[in-house]
Design a binder for this molecule. Structure first.
Ligand code: PRP
Ligand code: URA
Length: 207
């Protein structure tokens, strides 16, 4: 499936401010939600429309409305939480699930600790995590969602490495990936370069 890189100037400008190590926690959080909302505009571009009869103050018309696309936004804890508010502003009736995973500091392998989803396996899942580094966390989260019966999943990240994208495309070719930037690669500790550092720490002010 497709890799979508959202290169809108507003997204790119805000991302550059986020990358700057001098940017405060407060500003970082604010920008992440703003970018998530802007990305949401592109992520929902193919949502089908239906037509309903309404009356404007001047005349009746057949008016386009979203055709009941049911969405569940699923942040990968912790950092994925930073994108939820931006997306729910666009889709206020979306449900929210949670997947808890952290990367083991030594091995960089994902460690699972929490899974909670609302009812409705037919829903389109928007799986959020700002960072797609080795791809281990995203692939585990997608595998868990699929094992639970979800068939329609889109992965929404801010910054990715080529290795992370390749891993998701290899293990989950049916999942569309949405990014604000495809970065250069990973360092020896599997941090994205140039990246923006540890997203969770920058969102929550831990460290
Ligand atoms: C970060 C990030 C992703 C993961 C990406 O989470 O938010 O979930 O690492 O790395 P990967 O692609 O190599 O798996 P982290 O483990 O730091 O947890 P946190 O969000 O709780 O800080
Ligand atoms: N997790 C992060 O928060 N940042 C990275 O660069 C890699 C993994």
């Amino acid at each position: 499936m497709a890799l979508h890189i959202i290169d809108h100037p507003l997204v790119q400008h805000k991302l550059s401010i986020m990358r700057d190590k001098a940017t405060s926690t407060m500003k970082f959080r604010e920008l992440l939600q703003e970018i998530a909302m802007l990305m949401g505009y592109e992520i929902t571009r193919d949502f089908p429309l239906t037509y309903e009869d309404i009356e404007t103050p001047l005349m009746p018309m057949r008016a386009p409305k979203i055709a009941g696309k049911k969405v569940v936004i699923v942040p990968i804890l912790r950092a994925g939480l930073g994108m939820v508010e931006g997306l729910t502003r666009l889709m206020p009736s979306a449900r929210i699930g949670h997947i808890g995973l952290y990367r083991d500091e030594e091995t960089c392998n994902p460690v699972f600790y929490y899974y909670k989803m609302p009812a409705g396996k037919e829903r389109l899942v928007l799986l959020t995590d700002p960072m797609l580094a080795t791809g281990g966390s995203a692939c585990d989260a997608i595998a868990r969602l699929k094992a639970d019966g979800y068939a329609h999943i889109r992965l929404v990240c801010l910054v990715a490495s080529p290795q992370g994208v390749a891993k998701v495309q290899e293990l989950h070719p049916d999942v569309d990936i949405y990014l604000a930037s495809l970065d250069e690669g990973l360092n020896e500790k599997n941090y994205i370069l140039p990246g923006l550092g540890d997203a969770g720490d920058r969102i929550f002010g831990t460290k």
